[in-house]
Design a protein around this ligand. Structure first.
Ligand SMILES: [Zn+2]
Length: 392
């Protein structure tokens, strides 16, 4: 059984299916065995959990079918899925009975086997979108997750069950377990500050060392893959919270927003937002990269991050964390930098407008060459939907 780590709100109890519902789902489960490769079906069809008539069982079996479906260009997938099933069956959490949370984990792990291996390409160019994908043996990494029970379940404030899956390159399994513990400890607070994790699962990969442009970095968050990878020497609350914050905030065209909010969330939770200066906050070993990093150089990237972190740390001092949190959670996916600023101004009460506008003017960059720096185009006060200031 799984030691579930939940958020503040308990999960809604799974309603007991009626006899008819259970029969329909048992038929749906049987249908999955017909779609499965016979070798995998042989391993699973007599297991007690597969005939319980639950919705989670059907979803778990569907995910296994999805992971093993053979394609003309990828005949090895059934074998890889079988490796994962066998790893799962060797584990103690599986052998003592499979509960509802564990079925969610099974479904998510097999779905990750598909999404991490999909060859995302850019437009019609055929260029791989995420070249790092090819650097890892994902079925082996996910087999490790299942065999060692490197997972936890988190219930979001909205009542969704999110699977936290951990894995590691050889020798760092303990670190993956530690990263999961840190993640589950802070998950509810991260979601309260920057929004719910938008995916059914988060995959945390701890590897020997992570590199970007030959520089050692602590973490990367890849939103498209619902995964985050962290260097073994950076398994700290600072890095883990930072990377998870990336998975709960929207992807925008503004690294200053993405990095600024991730550093702010991490500092806020650890109680260091009002302490050290930025230089003290970011040291050589704690540089992290945004999910859609567009600055052309590490220096430019640091400038954006600096401005973003200072902006959010100062905003929280002026407006208070709850107001900043409401702003961050209201930002839409793919917002431009200017739209993010408009949202900040909208959430600023009239008596704080001057202070917040002055803060933005201090940090903004007029050139705004790539649309990624904090822009200087502040909305006019008259354009805001505030109460009219003149009498009729
Ligand atoms: Zn980051």
């Amino acid at each position: 059984m799984l030691a579930a780590c939940s958020g503040d709100s308990p999960a809604a109890p799974t309603p007991v299916p009626t006899a008819d519902e259970a029969r329909i789902r048992r038929n749906a489960a049987q249908g999955q065995f017909n779609a499965m490769s016979p070798q995998i079906a042989d391993l699973l069809k007599d297991e007690p959990w597969v005939s319980d008539g639950s919705e989670e069982t059907v979803r778990a079996l569907q995910a296994i079918v999805g992971a093993q479906a053979t394609r003309p260009d990828d005949p090895g997938r059934a074998e890889e899925a079988m490796t994962m099933v066998q790893a799962m069956q060797r584990s103690s959490w599986y052998q003592d009975g499979v509960d509802t949370s564990e079925k969610v984990v099974i479904a998510e792990a097999f779905k990750r086997a598909v999404t991490t291996q999909a060859r995302y390409t850019v437009g019609g160019s055929g260029e791989p979108r995420n070249t790092f994908l090819q650097n890892y043996d994902w079925p082996a990494l996910l087999s490790l997750t299942l065999e060692l029970g490197l997972f936890l379940s988190h219930t979001s404030a909205g009542g969704r069950e999110i699977a936290l899956l951990g894995t590691a390159t050889t020798g760092f399994e303990e670190k993956a377990s530690e990263a999961l513990r840190i993640a589950s400890e802070h998950m509810s607070r991260i979601e309260a500050l920057s929004g719910e994790i938008r995916f059914g699962s988060v995959l945390i990969l701890v590897e020997a060392e992570a590199y970007s442009n030959d520089r050692h970095v602590c973490g990367f968050a890849h939103e498209e893959l619902f995964a985050t990878h962290i260097s073994h020497d950076c398994v700290t609350s600072r890095t883990v919270i930072h990377e998870l914050a990336h998975l709960s905030t929207p992807i925008t065209f503004s690294p200053w927003f993405e990095e600024g909010t991730a550093y702010w969330v991490s500092a806020e939770i650890r109680g260091t937002a009002t302490g050290p200066t930025w230089d003290a906050f970011r040291d050589e070993n704690d540089a992290t990269f945004p999910s859609n990093d567009s600055p052309r150089s590490i220096e430019e990237y640091h400038q954006h991050s600096d401005a973003g972190f200072i902006l959010y740390a100062e905003l929280a001092k002026i407006l208070g964390s709850p107001t900043v949190s409401v702003h961050v959670r209201s930002v839409n996916e793919a917002s431009s930098g200017t739209q993010v600023l408009e949202s900040i101004i909208r959430h600023t009460p009239p008596d704080k407008q001057t202070e917040v506008r002055n803060l933005i003017r201090t940090l903004c960059v007029d050139t705004d060459r790539f649309g990624v720096q904090i822009p200087c185009r502040l909305p006019a006060e008259s354009s805001l939907n505030q109460a009219p200031t003149h009498r009729p």
